[in-house]
Design a protein around this ligand. Structure first.
Ligand SMILES: C[S@@+](CC[C@H](N)C(=O)[O-])C[C@H]1O[C@@H](n2cnc3c(N)ncnc32)[C@H](O)[C@@H]1O
Length: 394
């Protein structure tokens, strides 16, 4: 078994393979794609997987990240916004971020360095920017929340609102644990945990045919420029139609249910993040998708067996789990539903062989492997794998 990182190291031009894989962002995008295509073919070959299609290029190869973050540190008595140590060298990471984000960080940093904002700077853990390429929202992640901090945050919000930097809204997120995760992994239930300083409380994604709202704290794809390609790829491979029910697992706020499910007989989405699933339900109401249903819950084998209703029509199934993959027993439980087609989307390449082996044991066979460059300039790929039931008679 070869890891994708190792396959990539072997596929880079000699002068770059000596550098860290982070240096991909300083390569010409054409050369990066050559190396990634070579590496992914090698990865598939070495892991006994079928030959993949060519990588679907990203319309924006650099400056594409719609979510970025900075940690607040005190450096020689000056508060600064810096990349986290895990992000390593900023000269490799910065080219992936929109220039507008850098301008907003510089603006906030200049205020944090004023003595009047010291109270805020001292409790500020992260500054996060999310949004689209046209507008953005700022989230202040603080470890202490009191009346003085709130006053300073409101003042900062007023400056941002009138900055001319298209910061459409600003929010504060309370994480007393000062965790390394930029939004706390376990959302606090306390009502004060999340507060809007100004502007709309949600984010929006325009899909051309419809506009979806999603929560500021929920998951969204970080490369918005690739979303149309991702949806097109999923629709072409999975072919949801009036004769099939679409099961959308790890659905977030319903990107795939709404993006490719319009012609399906019905759609059923499952997601454990409470706010995201509420937004999905609201979108179904707003877009009058009477045959779209969403259920909040942790997808494990027992949930699949007991909580996901049986389909009335042949089922097509899409799974888009987090990088670590699905819980043990989930694939076998899903296979027992006997879906016609399965599209398993991987954001962690090294997870592919293990999961595909489980699908193979459950009698599903790979029909197509389509890699998409969702993370240009980084050693990662998104991969969509189409599977159908093996013909047991042959
Ligand atoms: C890669 S994201 C995909 C979200 C959505 N498909 C999209 O493209 O916007 C994975 C999602 O799975 C959710 N998730 C992670 N583990 C889960 C589990 N065991 N059960 C249900 N949802 C889970 C996360 O909250 C996240 O929204």
């Amino acid at each position: 078994m070869i890891s994708f990182a190792n396959a990539l190291r072997q596929s880079l031009p000699k002068e770059l393979s000596e550098l860290s894989l982070l240096s991909l962002s300083i390569m010409d995008y054409k050369d990066e794609l050559v190396a990634k295509n070579k590496a992914f073919s090698l990865f598939c070959q070495e892991n006994a997987l079928p030959n993949p299609e060519r990588i679907v290029e990203s319309p924006l190869p650099r400056n594409y990240r719609t979510t970025t973050k900075r940690r607040v540190v005190l450096n020689r008595e000056k508060f600064q916004l810096v990349f986290d140590e895990e992000d390593n060298r900023s000269e490799f990471a910065e080219p992936l971020e929109p220039a507008e984000h850098l301008a907003v960080y510089r603006f906030i940093e200049s205020y944090l360095q004023k003595p009047v904002f010291n109270t805020l700077a001292e409790v500020l853990n992260w500054v996060i920017i999310r949004g689209s390429y046209k507008w953005r929202t700022v989230i202040f992640n603080v470890c202490e929340m009191n009346a003085l901090v709130v006053r300073k945050l409101k003042l900062m919000g007023e400056h941002l609102n009138s900055s001319g930097l298209d910061v459409r809204s600003a929010h504060v997120y309370f994480d007393p644990t000062r965790s390394d995760y930029y939004l706390e992994a376990q959302r606090p239930v306390n009502a004060l945990a999340f507060k809007t300083l100004y502007g709309p409380k949600d984010l929006t994604l325009d899909l051309g045919t419809c506009r979806l709202k999603y929560p500021v704290t929920g998951f969204s794809q970080i490369n918005e420029s690739q979303i149309p390609n991702l949806l097109r790829c999923a629709e072409t491979l999975l072919q949801p139609s009036a004769e099939t029910d679409l099961l959308d697992l790890y659905c977030g706020y319903g990107l795939f249910s709404f993006g490719i499910g319009e012609n399906a007989n019905s759609t059923f989405g499952v997601e454990w993040e409470g706010a995201s699933i509420e937004y999905a339900k609201n979108s179904a109401r707003f877009l009058k998708r009477q045959k779209s249903r969403f259920l909040a819950g942790k997808i494990d084998a027992s949930f699949v067996e007991k909580r996901i209703p049986k389909s009335q029509s042949p089922e097509v199934m899409l799974l888009d789990p987090p990088r670590k993959g699905v819980d043990s027993g989930v694939i076998a439980a899903l296979a027992r539903r006997k879906p016609e087609r399965i599209l398993h989307i991987f954001c962690g390449t090294d997870e592919i062989p293990r999961s595909l082996n489980q699908w193979r044991l459950a009698n599903y066979r790979v029909q197509k492997i389509v890699p998409l460059d969702l993370f240009p300039g980084t050693p990662h790929l998104e991969t969509a794998v189409l599977m159908t039931k093996a013909d047991l008679k042959r």
